[in-house]
Design a protein around this ligand. Sequence first.
Ligand SMILES: Cc1cc2nc3c(=O)[nH]c(=O)nc-3n(C[C@H](O)[C@H](O)[C@H](O)COP(=O)(O)OP(=O)(O)OC[C@H]3O[C@@H](n4cnc5c(N)ncnc54)[C@H](O)[C@@H]3O)c2cc1C
Length: 358
Amino acid sequence: MTCEPGVITEQLQQFADEQGLFYPVDFASSGSSQLGGNVATNAGGIKVIRYGLTRSWVVGMKVITGEGKLLELNKGLTKNATGYDFRHLFIGSEGTLGVIVELTLALCSKPKDPTVLLLGLDSMSASMSVLQVFQDRLTLTAFEFFSDKAMTHVIAEKGLKRPFSGSSDFYALIEFEQVAAQDLETALELFEHCLEQGWISDGTISQSTTQAQHLWRLREDISETISRFSTYKNDISVKISQVPAFLSQVDKLVAAAYPDFEIIWFGHIGDGNVHLNILKPEHWSIAEFHQTCSQVSERVFELLQQFGGSVSAEHGVGLIKKPFLHYARSAEEIAYMKSLKRIFDPNNVLNPGKLIDC
Ligand SMILES: Cc1cc2nc3c(=O)[nH]c(=O)nc-3n(C[C@H](O)[C@H](O)[C@H](O)COP(=O)(O)OP(=O)(O)OC[C@H]3O[C@@H](n4cnc5c(N)ncnc54)[C@H](O)[C@@H]3O)c2cc1C
């Protein structure tokens, strides 16, 4: 599908659907974000576990560099072994190397009967055991998690119902594709197994598309719901195998550092990506709040560095994460980034000051 970069993500999803196809990159801002922005930030979202990031879907692009040169990259080819693939340099470059003026994106076939399970987890780390058993036996299209605090805010703000009577500290939202006839039965078996193991305490499964959409809202409406609290956001990632150890350490650190702050956890835990959100207490000024959060972020990032993780999993660096880039990228890498910026944008006219200083 070839289009201009100003196409809204959701428009592409709808267009693909009308053709009996599927564009799998999806997130809560799909109704407003543009494909150019998605590519420039290599956006991820809720289906990465199955379909990968935006990068996986870009088969061609035209860009105008900071020097005003038009580059036609990869031309929609599946195979192209002709040296450096500049397409991948421009993906995720946050508009610092060139302006994307045309995109060619791949589409795929639609998933079969996506079904959603919402499970009450006994702990954050239990989510990894649940992920493992479900991933072994089913084709997962999403594995998301959120805290009870996050869900309570969404339910109050959006007037939704609680998914089941009991409550847990955390929830896992699992979406799977019904590839084989017995997949539904397998999901129920796994549900029982997780209960027996003490990893989960309750759960529900969607019986219709409407019910699946309702369960998704509990996850998808979190960002918008908490935005009115002047939230301090962290979008961080570690290797999937390290998630339990990392989460337990960061949880201790945050509880000790922010005893008075309300923490909202959610994220794409199946990708090793969590969003740590801190809500501004009403009586704090924004400046005071951000300064305190920024200090504690440094400690979270030091921990991330020990784990070899990233200070920005999918939201990009921009201005806010720029001072912390060195926690995830080496001095040599940052120096090469600056050199590349000078090659493609010698007059520093494209998003100057974003991502890196030249
Ligand atoms: C409620 C909510 C939920 C979200 N959930 C997710 C999520 O789950 N996963 C995720 O990855 N992201 C998520 N995001 C962030 C999302 O990635 C961005 O909204 C989107 O990808 C960026 O697109 P945009 O059109 O908003 O770009 P903008 O914010 O306008 O731009 C982003 C960057 O791209 C550059 N850019 C834009 N167009 C071009 C172009 N044509 N050429 C070169 N550079 C360009 C801009 O200069 C800027 O640096 C969420 C955001 C919100 C508000």
